[in-house]
Structure formats: C-alpha cells, structure tokens
Design a binder for this molecule. Structure first.
Ligand code: SAH
Length: 456
C-alpha cells in the first residue's frame, strides 16, 4: 500500500465536495488527495465508494447524498434521456452559471496568472431550454431495430431517444421523422464495432430566423438505397426542408462527418440571419449552435472591438465569415482566414449576399496566411481570434505580438487555452482588460468567453 495515498479501492468514505472539474465531476479531498466523483455538487456532504486510486488522484462513485446543495435539481431517468447526457442536468440553471463563472475565474488565476482583468458574471439565457439549431444523432441497432439518440456518457452505447430538451422543437421533429422514415425503408444502421451497415448519423440544421431546414444523412459507403423514396418521404413530412445532403464517412473514427458530400435534393446551403446579417451555411461549415446567445456574444465582440470605421480588422478562424461581416459594417477593411475551403466559399458568398465589399477571405491556416499577409504589409488595428478548443497556434500569437494591433478580441470556447494564450499575449506587451463569459451551451459544461485585450 502506498502511504501517500490516504484511501484504498472499495473504501467507503464520507466527504464534502469542494469543487467541480471542467467536465462536471465533483472533487472531494482527503488529506489533500483529490478524488473525482461524478454527480456530487460543491458544498454537498456525501458517502462515496472509492473505485480507483492513481498516484496523484482517485475516482469515486456517489453512494448517497448526506447534505444536499440548494442548487441540486432532481432529474428522473426519463428526463435524463431528454437531456441527452448533459453533464450539468442535476444543477439548477443559477447553479450552472455560478459554476461556469468559477471555472473561468480559476483558469484565469491558475493558468493565466492574470491580475488586472475584470471577469464578469456569465451572461445566461432567459429560457435555457430548446436552444440548439443543430442535432447530430448517432444511429445504431438494438433488437433488430434502428435506434438513434445519444451516447451514454463515457461509452459507445446508444440510448434511443426521440426528444431532446436542448434542441429546438423543429430540430427534434426533423430527427424523429427522418429516423422513422429510414427505419421503415429498412436502411441498414451502422455497426461501429464491425464497421458494417450504412447509416452512421442523422443530422439536422435549422435556421431559427429563416425557418430553413437542412437534413444530412451520414453514411459509411456512398451507396444509399431507396434514395428517391427517402427524399420524397422527407419532403412530404417536413415542408421546411430546403436541402437534403448525403455525407460519406468511410473511416473508422469518432469524427462524425466525412469529407465528401452529395446534394440529394434542393440547395447545397441553407440561409439564416444573425441580427441584420444573412448567412449561407453549407454542410461542412462551422456555424454557432445557439442563435440566441450567439447574438449576445457577437455584440460583445463588436463592443470590445470599439470600431470607428477607420480600422483594419483581421479575423483569424473566421468560419463562414460571421464575426468578419458583423465587423465589416463598422470597419474600413476586414481580412478573414479559415482552414475549411467550403466555409471560405460561404464567407465570400455571404459578403456579397449582404452587399459588403470591404471584406476579403482566404482559405488556409491562420498561422501561415497571416504572417504572409503581414509580410505583404497588411497590419491590423483590431485582431479577432476565435479558435477551436485547442486555442491559438503559437506562431499566430507571435505574429500578433510582432504586428502590435492596438486591440485583440479573443473569442474562446475553452477557458483553459484562453488563459494560456492570454498569458502569452500579456508577456508580449498586452493587457487583458475584461472577460465576458456567455452561456452558449446550457446544461453542458461548456462555456464561451470573449476577452478584450489592449496593447500596453
Ligand atoms: N468565428 C466563426 C468560427 C469559429 S469556430 C464563428 O463564430 O462562426 C473556429 C473555426 O476555426 C472553424 O471554422 C475551424 O474550421 C477553423 N480553424 C481551425 N483551425 C484553424 C487554423 N489553424 N487556421 C484557420 N482556421 C482554423
């Protein structure tokens, strides 16, 4: 037995939860040794069974709650299915917002070592249910029947569900209808283990403002039986459909979408609006999933940018040009860069759709395209970044530090990498003025932030 570890496997302990991890697990400590316990909330006293001990930390299973948090809400198994495995479903919305703020504060203190940045309370949603404009449900088989829903947490077992509390009603309806049609037409569900079958995922994307619906069927092979029947039945059941797409993903991978798409019916894009900007969205392009909070986030980004009409803006990681076009109306010139070629095509199309002529887009890696622009003499006054979870590439941060834009607006979906990158920018002569967390993903552990950073 290792003397430095105060518990052993199968021990039953009583302890008070001190904290939540970034994935929503409770943390209790015994003589400073942290034990992660899913399901227990900060402030709660619980009895816990130790199920695993590692050198620096262990894992426990919640047996009983002895003192209950005022933020706890009871969720029945049926309701839990409707939450699709959301990690924070057992916490009231107020409690969720507190815990997200805490997460951001901790990341900024521990990783970012930021001293002077104001961190604001999370801007939450008025109605934090039925917000997602996109669903992507895995398809499988159980007892000879096609099933689709969500993966049981930490497993590849699919739980069959027809309604999600976080999807928009139109999205729920679309998934349910397409699932029934595929089942009736006996389209073979995917078998992940054997890598057989056809239908891997059903996706629906809905423009909340436009009312336009896109259905995407992700298949393992390009052959999709009963294609014309499938299209006919979908159109009959879902009058809002503007586009039916087949995406082919032949690989043994967790990544949902493959590279190849075919239009089975209708348009190759759907349209949607954010504020007064109209966007074309193609199947492989990134588009924010919470239209209500996105508007709040982009308005904040615009406010932090402080544009007067004279500025040159660079928007790295620009996607379909959402933030770029929001800013273009208030800036002299905007340059956007994005790795996914289809998204860049969308961005260009979106500029002309909105009569915007002062935005230029290029496909490529932000960390190679922007240094090239800089050599060509393009210098930003305001630099916007909105990277994926892993944060900004270090070359890109070096380019920013060399270019010295007066202001950096950092939009981030991961407080840990945001904090890391802010430290690099601070060491390079910048100061983080304020950080505004926005709740784009109620009931999940995710939190989005926008930060205003100024040149010292
Ligand atoms: N600003 C957009 C997109 C943000 S998501 C919006 O709000 O809608 C991040 C985007 O960065 C994705 O579109 C992704 O394809 C792109 N991306 C990821 N790595 C990149 C890189 N190294 N260089 C450029 N773009 C990248």
């Amino acid at each position: 037995m290792d003397k430095s570890i105060p518990v052993e496997k199968n021990d039953c302990i009583e302890a008070v939860c001190e904290d939540l991890t970034h994935d929503g697990s409770g943390v209790v400590k015994i003589d400073g040794y942290p034990i992660f316990v899913p399901g227990v909330l900060p402030g709660e006293k619980a009895s816990i069974k130790i199920i695993k001990v590692n050198k620096g930390y262990g894992f426990g299973k919640l047996v009983d709650i002895l003192e209950r948090s005022p933020f706890r809400v009871d969720v029945s198994p049926e309701e839990a299915h409707k939450y699709g495995g959301c990690q924070l479903q057992h916490i009231s919305y107020e409690g969720q917002l507190n815990s997200k703020e805490n997460l951001v504060r901790q990341a900024m203190a521990r990783i970012g070592k930021l001293e002077n940045a104001a961190i604001h309370p999370v801007l939450g949603m008025e109605n934090p249910w039925n917000y997602r404009n996109k669903a992507q449900v895995p398809v499988g088989q159980k007892d000879g029947k096609l099933i689709a829903g969500f993966y049981k947490p930490r497993s590849h077992e699919i739980i069959d569900t027809d309604e999600s509390l976080i999807h928009l009603p139109e999205v729920n309806e679309a998934i349910k209808v397409v699932k029934e049609i595929c089942s009736k037409l006996e389209i073979q569900p995917f078998n992940e283990e054997k890598h057989t079958g056809i239908l891997r995922h059903i996706m629906a994307r809905y423009g909340k403002e436009s009312g336009e619906l896109m259905i995407i069927l992700v298949t393992r092979i390009s052959d999709l039986p009963h294609k014309s029947h499938l299209v006919e039945k979908i159109l009959a059941a879902l009058p809002n459909v503007r586009s039916i797409i087949q995406n082919i993903n032949t690989k043994k991978t967790n990544v949902i979408l493959g590279e190849k798409t075919k239009v089975l019916w209708g348009s190759d894009v759907i349209y949607d609006n954010i504020g007064d900007v109209k966007f074309a969205i193609s199947p492989l392009s990134f588009y924010q999933v919470n239209p209500v909070s996105t508007k709040v986030l982009y308005d904040k980004a615009l406010e932090y940018a402080g544009l007067t009409g004279k500025e040159t803006v660079i928007d790295a990681y620009c996607g379909i040009g959402t933030i770029s076009l929001f800013m273009a109306k208030k800036a002299k010139k905007v340059y956007g860069v994005e790795i996914v070629p289809d998204a860049v095509k969308d961005a260009k199309r979106n500029a002309s759709l909105n009569g915007i002529t002062n935005a230029k887009f290029e496909a490529g890696l932000a960390e190679t395209v922007i240094p090239k622009w800089y050599e060509e003499g393009i210098v930003a006054d305001v630099f916007v970044v909105d990277p994926p979870r892993k944060g900004c590439d270090s070359t890109l941060l070096e380019t920013i530090i060399e270019m010295k834009p007066k202001k950096v607006v950092y939009v981030s979906c991961n407080p840990a990498t945001l904090a890391r990158d802010l430290r690099i920018l601070e060491d390079g002569g910048y100061q983080t003025k304020q950080i505004q967390p926005v709740d784009m993903f109620p009931h999940t552990t995710h939190v989005e932030c926008v930060a205003e950073i100024v040149l010292k």
